[in-house]
Structures are given as C-alpha cells and as structure tokens.
Design a protein around this ligand. Structure first.
Ligand SMILES: [Zn+2]
Length: 245
C-alpha cells in the first residue's frame, strides 16, 4: 500500500491515513468518534473525482444526519462512478453509493440516511436469541430479542406478508410497503427529514403513531426533528428520499 492524497476531497471532516492497494482503487480512512470506518473511491473516466467533489458536502451531511453511535457497525463506504440501476446499497457493515445516479444534493443526503437506517437495523439493533423468527433480512435471519422485531410486527407477518390492517395509510411511502426492512428505512428517513409531516399524519393514524413512537423511544432516545413540510408526506409518495429536492 502507498500513501495518496485523495482524502482531501472530503475536506476538514475526513482526515487520516490514505491507503491504496490498487491503481484504480483509492482508499482513505479517517475516524469519526467512536470508531473508524473507511471510504473507498472508484472513479470512472466519465465520472471521476472532479464530478464527485461537489457531492462531498452532501455525503458529510448525510453521514452526520444520524448519531454516530447508532451506525457504529459500518466499516466501509464505497463511492462509485460507474452507472447503476440502483442509487445505493447497504448492509450492517458497508454502504455503496453510485454517485452519478443522484440528481440533487438533498436526495443524496436522504439516501445516505436511508442506507444508514439499514446499517442501524442490521448492526445496532440486534438480538442474541435463536434464529427461528419469521424474518430473514438479507437472508441472514433476524434473531429473537432483536428490538426491530417489534417495529416489523406492527405491519408485517413475515418478510413479505403485510398484516390486513396495514393498508397504504399505515406507511410513510410506497417503497415502505415493499418489505419490513424498507418500511424501517423509509420510516426512519421520514422521522429524520419529514418530522413535521410524520407527526401530523400520526395524529390520525394509530399505526403510524406507533411507528413514530417506537423510533423516538428505541432509536432516537426522545429526540425529535422539526424538518420538512407538514403537508408533503402521504401514501402517494413513492420514496421519502426524493422529497425536498
Ligand atoms: Zn433500502
């Protein structure tokens, strides 16, 4: 490995040792308390570092949108220049951002929050019990004792089957109806970036109210956000990450 200087792309927040093990794969590490993670950059000829550089403030803002201790399991972030049919992916340990697929800074910021929600769901909210629950996030299985089970079971019987009482009204977006895990990520993103609208809908919908209160108590330790526009969030929204853009 040899030292490079690409860490400068991320400015003041990201400092630390810069590593490379391959000519086209630059990696740089830095620490945000309480634990380090690494950022790998894969530019392409048509989407290189110069194209990525204006997106850095939104990447920083997205990462800072949620308390660091909640996503302490994250070990790697990949910043990709190649085209993709998805904007991002995440597991409990890594996040991949296909930067050319974003049309605005706020969208990128919210997608990072959404992906961090998956990191939190899979890496911070974990159980120690047996693996024989009806939920199998990423095929790995969700253990008994996982706090997320209480959230999933508000609207889901298992990975694919919604409870009959959970119509479209019980979800913050269309994509939230895709699976318990997207329900979790979309609902957390709405909590962070559309707090006013979420609380407004929670007044009249007991299931949304239960989801909001669960996040407030279990994830956010009572912290709430005066964000977004009070009227924008309803079931006609497909994707919370594209609001506010
Ligand atoms: Zn997702």
């Amino acid at each position: 490995m040899r030292l490079l200087t690409f860490c400068l792309i991320l400015g003041g927040v990201f400092t630390g040792t810069v590593l490379s093990s391959h000519p086209t794969q630059h990696a740089f590490a830095r620490s945000i308390t309480p634990r380090d993670f690494r950022v790998y950059v894969r530019p392409t000829p048509s989407y290189g570092r110069a194209a990525m550089r204006p997106q850095v403030p939104q990447i920083q803002a997205g990462l800072q949108s949620l308390p660091r201790h909640l996503w302490s399991s994250l070990e790697h972030i990949w910043l990709m220049g190649q085209p993709s049919d998805t904007r991002a992916r995440a597991s409990s340990r890594q996040m991949i951002l296909y930067l050319r697929e974003f049309t605005s800074g706020p969208e990128l910021q919210r997608v990072i929050t959404h992906e961090l929600a998956h990191v939190i769901d899979g890496g911070w909210l974990v159980g120690q019990g047996p693996l024989d629950t009806d939920f199998h996030d990423l095929g790995a299985g969700v253990r008994h004792g996982d706090p997320s089970l209480d959230f999933y079971r508000l609207c889901w019987v298992n990975d694919t089957q919604r409870k009959p009482e959970c119509g479209r009204h019980a979800f913050v977006s269309g994509y939230a109806q895709h699976s318990p895990y997207e329900d979790f990520a979309e609902t957390l993103t709405a909590y962070r970036w559309e707090g006013r609208a979420f609380r407004r809908r929670a007044v009249t919908d007991p299931l949304l109210r239960a989801k909001y209160h669960w996040l407030r108590q279990t994830v956010f330790n009572g912290q709430e956000y005066d964000t977004g526009t009070p009227t924008v969030l309803d079931h006609t929204v497909w994707d919370v990450t594209q609001l506010g853009t």
